[in-house]
Design a protein. Structure first.
Length: 234
């Protein structure tokens, strides 16, 4: 009197992030550091300070060795090396165009005017703004909504396959998640994300004749020897 159905179904849906956070980034760019001081190389350690003509402070990302200059016709031609610098603080105010830089570490010495840097491309990437963020509740909401959607779809498919004389009772199906993945994790700075899920639904359908007989027998057992008539459900 019972038939068993098993259906697998998968779906992907997009969800909005509900979290907000302050996103801060430091501007970065390349500068060319010149050695117009001597023929000997000069080591500059990481975090060496460079101040732009606009007064913005940047720091050397990695240690570099600036080559010494070369004499040509008794004139010193500066040695140079290209290096990456990063703004001392986050914010769009450090996004600046090509400019010149001085080295505060050499202030008060002859080297101060002999070591300098130039940038030939904009230094950019600095920002400070409120941005969307994925939180744990977003991932749970996505799982709950997608599971509910797939459950309904699989139950509807079962109903379409029910042969005459059979019935799918409420709560006679069980669904389980067999795969779930998301394009983002909690903490990611994105405004939306996608979640993909695959479920398996198992359902039992019963012969209507047997259900009716069982219901009548159950009522008869509870009521006893009283005379009564069964009426069809409206």
């Amino acid at each position: 009197p019972v038939k068993f159905f098993e259906i697998e179904k998968e779906s992907t849906a997009k969800f909005a992030s509900s979290g907000k956070t302050l996103r801060e980034e430091r501007a970065e760019g390349l500068i060319r550091i010149y050695n117009n001081y001597s023929i000997y190389p000069q080591t500059l350690i990481a975090n060496t300070r460079f101040v732009s003509a606009e007064g913005k402070l940047f720091r050397l990302v990695e240690q570099v060795i600036v080559p010494g200059g070369k004499f040509e016709k008794e004139k010193l031609i500066p040695g140079y090396i290209d290096a990456k610098v990063r703004a001392a603080e986050p914010g769009p105010e450090y996004n600046i165009g090509p400019t010149t830089f001085s080295l505060p570490a050499f202030s008060g010495t002859e080297k101060y005017t002999k070591f300098y840097a130039k940038s030939f491309e904009p230094i950019q990437g600095g920002l400070r703004e409120e941005t969307s963020q994925v939180v744990e509740e977003d991932l749970k909401r996505a799982e709950h909504e997608l599971l509910g959607k797939l459950k309904n779809e699989t139950v509807e498919e079962v109903k379409k396959k029910i042969p005459p004389g059979y019935e799918l009772l409420e709560n006679s199906s069980i669904s389980e998640i067999i795969m779930i993945s998301s394009s983002a994790k909690s903490g990611d700075l994105v405004s939306n994300f996608e979640t993909k899920m695959k479920i398996k639904t198992r359902a039992l359908i019963f012969l209507q004749k047997n259900l009716k007989e069982f219901a009548e027998a159950n009522i008869n057992f509870k009521i006893g020897d009283y005379n009564f008539t069964f009426l069809p459900k409206e």
